[in-house]
Design a protein around this ligand. Structure first.
Ligand SMILES: Nc1nc2c(ncn2[C@@H]2O[C@H](COP(=O)(O)OP(=O)(O)OP(=O)(O)O)[C@@H](O)[C@H]2O)c(=O)[nH]1
Length: 656
């Protein structure tokens, strides 16, 4: 059973009983008298002098910061890094651990980031030096795979909740991920400086929803610094040290990997048992392949070589892997020639949406191939297979964790690798059964015959369990929206007098495209939403073809529920009419199921004259416009004799 499903089951039972055992681990002694004491400022440049032998596992704490989107994880991480002198105060770069350009532009965390901090604290009566590994995690549902991976390296988590917004859908999802991993959970009610903050209400929600003791909650403002002095003492006193054995043979969990231009593949690892030294010979439990460790160290938060990583420590390792494909996330690494029991590892990432990626300019296939290869080195959760389309030429079919993930991947391709792509309508993985009893998973609608009923006997679509939290006054409109999206209500209750909690089983296709936007718009932005994958359900699906002047455009084909086909068909042809420029001849745009046309638009003939509004004879301006038109043409795709601009493909993504 998937973690998601188990969490969902726990969640369901939690809501019916409203009281569960306290999720805390109680085996670690709690020192009531310990007091806060700051360590002299550390600087990452001092890295080479760091002696990790000073930090046996009893003096190590590994913890994640988890929360709903925007509740302040990365800002809190900044403050903790400053407090411990890991980064300079006023370093001028908010959300320091969000390093990607896409993270900075969108203000979201996409990749979990680890930072090692050092902190002196009065513990059991004496000043003690601690090594703290903090993992900042993403909040958006698409990246919850990153959260579950991060939690595997931790013994505790700070569950951050916005004091004004209270518990939201991803708070619930992340709480259960941590709870299922048996982590010590420290509730942190953040943003208490806001005028609308109501920490007492949030405390009551944490008690009623998760049975978290209200007296355990910390109250902070990551913005003003209020209450932050309580955080690290709580981490040290309430989170147990890592449980591994220093005397056992080395076992390391491979948490993540990325490709660095200069160093090659860099692996992030958690040393569960034993110790890793520079120069060690290690092997992968998954592939049996052996490597020599050429560099090892901590993330402080930049790479700082230490020559050693001891039991319970989290850090980086370079070992001559040539491609990140060799670095299998969740793999156990051990000393060559020792026999070990591999660690449980992680479930592979589940791809929720698939889309074709094609070079905007057909001749750029090799450049796109190269760009995708490089980017997947740093984002191994994308699946890639080559495919070809009669409309778009050679390209790739890629699997993503969700639509935001797909969007972020496109943006990174463009920003980090200069690749311009056309993407096809995203689709979810359907299962079709042929009349001979064989079953296929269809990730590309073009792969289905246009009249599938002739050869197919049954079809199934993936569903999700959606969690929605909304102010009570919006319940009616949300129920209507979910019904329109073929949702089946599983649960409906109240978190407190103001907020309702609902659970729905919904077809994945109905939520991947614009469900969240619509939910936000009908609830004035107050809804929060999360989902977890569930089983397949039998469904009445049809393939919807788009034809231009009678010729099907394979890259625009889509699979829809039969009841929605007329509306989707109509919307698609209307969108295309808006985005295709008039050309020298008439263009007939049709949507069809098999040979039956269900929607049609006609674009009358006329060449778009970009100089129409250019009065007077300024030749340089005319030249500029003609140049711009030429540039635009590069981003067009010719299907038969019809030029389709890139935006038309983008717009089709928004039709559900
Ligand atoms: N008023 C106030 N604003 C805060 C506080 N903490 C964070 N913020 C603001 O809240 C916004 C979101 O903060 P982030 O730290 O990026 O939130 P996050 O949880 O890391 O966001 P994701 O990574 O996208 O999930 C930013 O504009 C912060 O400046 C706080 O204590 N008080």
């Amino acid at each position: 059973m998937s973690t998601f499903k188990r969490a969902s089951r726990a969640l369901r039972s939690n809501f019916s009983l409203f009281s569960t055992p306290r999720p805390y681990l109680s085996h670690f002694s709690f020192n009531q008298n310990a007091s806060f004491c700051s360590r002299p400022r550390q600087n990452s440049k001092e890295g080479s002098t760091i002696d990790l032998n000073k930090y046996p596992s009893d003096n190590i704490r590994n913890f994640s910061i988890i929360a709903h989107v925007d509740h302040g994880k990365s800002t809190l991480a900044d403050r903790l890094l400053e407090l411990t002198g890991t980064i300079r105060k006023g370093h001028g770069q908010p959300q320091y651990l969000d390093k990607l350009q896409v993270e900075r532009e969108r203000g979201i965390t996409v990749k979990a980031q680890t930072a090692t901090m050092f902190h002196r604290h009065k513990f059991l009566g004496s000043d003690t030096d601690f090594l703290l590994n903090l993992i900042d995690t993403p909040g958006h549902v698409d990246f919850s795979y990153e959260v579950s991976r991060s939690l595997a390296a931790c013994q505790g988590a700070l569950l951050v909740v916005d004091a004004a917004q209270g518990v939201q859908a991803q708070t619930v999802a992340n709480f259960y991920l941590a709870f299922e991993s048996n982590l010590a959970i420290i509730p942190v009610i953040n943003k208490i400086d806001q005028p609308t903050a109501d920490p007492d209400r949030v405390k009551a929600q944490l008690k009623s929803m998760f049975d978290l003791d209200p007296s355990d909650a910390l109250f902070t403002s990551a913005k003003t610094g209020q209450g932050l002095e309580q955080v690290l003492p709580a981490v040290i006193e309430r989170i147990p040290p890592p449980p591994g054995k220093s005397t056992s043979p080395l076992r390391m969990l491979l948490l993540d990997s990325y490709y660095d231009e200069y160093k090659g593949v860099i692996c992030h690892v958690a040393v569960v048992d034993g110790a890793l030294h520079k120069g060690d010979k290690i092997s992968s439990a998954a592939t049996g392949q052996s490597y020599e460790v050429s560099d090892v160290g901590i993330l402080h938060p930049e790479l700082v070589p230490t020559g050693i990583l001891l039991t319970g420590q989290v850090g980086f390792m370079v070992n001559g892997m040539r491609s990140t494909k060799e670095a299998r996330i969740g793999d156990t690494l051990h000393h060559t020639r020792t026999v070990i029991q591999p660690l449980p590892g992680f479930k592979p990432a589940k791809h929720m949406v698939f889309s074709g990626l094609y070079p905007a300019d057909g001749s750029d296939f090799e450049a796109l191939n190269h760009a995708i290869e490089r980017l997947t080195c740093n984002d191994a959760s994308v699946s890639v297979t080559k495919e070809s389309s009669t409309a778009l030429g050679l390209g790739f079919r890629c699997g993503f964790l969700g639509l935001l993930h797909m969007d972020v991947f496109h943006q990174r391709l463009e920003q980090e690798h200069g690749a311009h792509v056309i993407s096809t309508v995203p689709t979810v993985p359907y299962i079709f059964e042929y009349s001979d009893g064989s079953k296929v998973e269809v990730q590309n609608p073009a792969a289905l015959p246009s009249n599938p009923k002739n050869r197919l006997s049954a079809c199934w679509e993936p569903t999700v369990i959606a969690t929605i939290i909304i102010p009570s006054e919006y319940v009616g409109s949300v129920i209507t929206l979910c019904a329109e999206r073929r949702g089946e209500q599983l649960e409906y209750s109240f978190i407190d007098s103001q907020r309702a909690f609902m659970k729905y089983r919904m077809p994945l296709r109905e939520i991947v495209v614009d469900f969240y936007n619509e939910l936000k718009s009908i609830t004035s932005g107050y809804a929060s939403f999360d989902y977890e994958d569930s089983e397949y359900q039998s469904s009445d699906l049809v393939k919807l073809d788009i034809l231009l002047n009678g010729q099907p455009v394979d890259a625009m084909a889509t699979i829809v529920h039969k009841s929605k086909a007329p509306r989707v068909g109509r919307e698609l042809v209307e969108k295309l009419k808006k985005f295709i420029d008039r050309q020298m001849f008439e263009i007939i745009i049709q949507a069809a199921i098999g040979s039956k046309v269900i929607a049609r638009e006609t674009l009358s003939a006329m060449r778009k004259n970009v100089l129409a509004k250019c009065y007077g004879g300024d030749i340089t301006r005319k030249k500029k416009l003609l140049e711009k038109q030429k540039e635009g043409k590069k981003r067009m795709k010719r299907v038969g004799s019809v030029d389709i601009p890139q935006e038309a493909f983008h717009e089709l993504l928004k039709v559900s």
